[in-house]
Design a protein around this ligand. Structure first.
Ligand SMILES: Cc1cc2nc3c(=O)[nH]c(=O)nc-3n(C[C@H](O)[C@H](O)[C@H](O)COP(=O)(O)OP(=O)(O)OC[C@H]3O[C@@H](n4cnc5c(N)ncnc54)[C@H](O)[C@@H]3O)c2cc1C
Length: 380
């Protein structure tokens, strides 16, 4: 077994890249953290620092601001970050993928390098009050006028919109046709007249979510991503890349906690109730299954495969691992609940509850697996 979970017995160039990155990390300690850890401002400084070292967008072609390397190179960097407990690479890979797959050549060359550099900060304006799982039911409408659109509607759960300057917005551009053919995508500047961003405070105290109100907002033709009607295909591509554990550093971060739980069982032995010891055992199994699955998915990507419907399997395995792991960590280290242990474990536990909702709920992932992978009859 290799030391790092996603180390494939790396060929020389990858081993060298890992070495260079470790050396860079040693020379570039994390920027000073504010009163709260991992605030959006802190993560933005971290993003820019990583980019200045050439550690963002390794698998993005060089003409679009990346390094033109492979998924495996990006995974190796994320793996190293997770393993040393640093914040992961900025979670923009799936948004970059949307622009690379559907943007015009001019948009790819202009927008992707700025996204990778953190010069533009994007949010994702897909969900609406009545259209989350049923995304095709969105009602935000972009009406075509002379050479531009006028948009009215409301988005919901738009993460970190208050810290963003651009929104990847989906809106219907035709009231008559089938929903899957009448949604278009736009790069909306959030300082446009008619845009109101209202943050919502969640139970864990974070102000991640926002409501986004769009009152007759003018969007130029040139700000539409791809042709009219490609919004549904763009959304499916975006979420399929959002639903994976490959390039986020999550695997090695989970690995650190699995090791701590294993150590606790060894040290405390019979002092830990049987139920807790078996919960730790289940965490180890979930984690190893996730690692094996992720290795297979990386191999597929290297062979030219896309994220596709199987990303629903990625998402379910990741959710199961993460939720059980942090729940078990709270049970094994209850002091974290009372503020005596690391606040981070408790914060991660709270956020893990959202894993079965964001990027599409677990029920929706099961529906996709049933219909698209197993081809089970739908019953309707
Ligand atoms: C942390 C977090 C961050 C998010 N960030 C963003 C963001 O940046 N941008 C964005 O656009 N959205 C974002 N979302 C929204 C997210 O995509 C939606 O919450 C999600 O798709 C579910 O939609 P909903 O909340 O409307 O729930 P609903 O669709 O109303 O679902 C309610 C319940 O019904 C179930 N259900 C619904 N339909 C079916 C069905 N057909 N079969 C079986 N069960 C069903 C669901 O599984 C769920 O349990 C975020 C959500 C979270 C939690």
């Amino acid at each position: 077994m290799n030391d790092m979970p996603l180390d494939f017995g790396d060929p020389a160039d990858l081993a060298r890249l890992r070495g260079e990155f470790r050396a860079w990390l040693a020379d570039h300690p994390l920027p000073e953290r504010g009163a709260e850890e991992a605030t959006p401002e802190f993560l933005h400084r971290w993003h820019k620092l990583l980019h200045s070292g050439g550690w963002v967008g390794l698998d993005v072609p060089a003409e679009y601001g990346g390094r033109g390397l492979t998924t495996l190179h990006q995974v190796a960097v994320s793996d190293e970050l997770g393993a040393c407990g640093a914040p992961g690479v900025p979670r923009i890979g799936y948004l970059a993928q949307a622009l690379l797959s559907f943007g015009s050549e001019e948009q790819r060359r202009r927008l992707v390098p700025r996204m990778l550099a953190g010069d533009d900060v994007w949010c994702q304006g897909f969900s609406e009050p009545g259209a989350g799982s049923d995304l095709a039911g969105m009602t935000t409408f972009a009406e075509r006028r002379d050479g531009h659109y006028v948009v009215r509607g409301q988005k919901l759960w738009t993460s970190y919109a208050q810290y963003s300057n651009l929104c990847l917005l989906l809106a219907r551009t035709d009231r008559a046709g089938a929903p899957h053919k009448t949604i278009s995508a736009f790069a909306l500047p959030l300082d446009r007249p008619g845009v109101t961003v209202r943050p919502l405070r969640a139970a864990n105290g974070d102000d991640e979510f926002c409501e986004l109100f769009l009152d007759d907002v003018r969007i130029e033709d040139a700000e539409r991503i791809g042709d009219e009607g490609i919004g549904w295909a763009l959304a499916m591509t975006t979420v399929s890349y959002e639903r994976n554990a490959l390039d986020t550093g999550h695997i090695s971060k989970y690995g650190l906690l699995v090791d701590r739980l294993r150590d606790a069982v060894r040290e405390r032995g019979a002092a830990l109730p049987d139920g807790l010891r078996s919960a730790v055992g289940r965490c180890v199994v979930d984690y190893e299954v996730l690692v094996a699955h992720t290795r297979r998915r990386i191999a597929e990507r290297l062979g030219g495969g896309q994220a596709g419907f199987e990303s629903s399997v990625d998402k379910l395995l990741m959710t199961r691992t993460e939720q059980r792991l942090y729940q078990t960590a709270l049970d094994v280290f209850p002091e974290t609940l009372h503020g005596d242990g690391e606040a981070e474990v408790f914060a991660e536990y709270l956020y893990s509850r959202a894993a079965s909702v964001y990027g599409g709920t677990s029920q929706i992932q099961r529906n996709i697996i049933a219909k698209r992978i197993l081809a089970l009859p739908s019953g309707d």
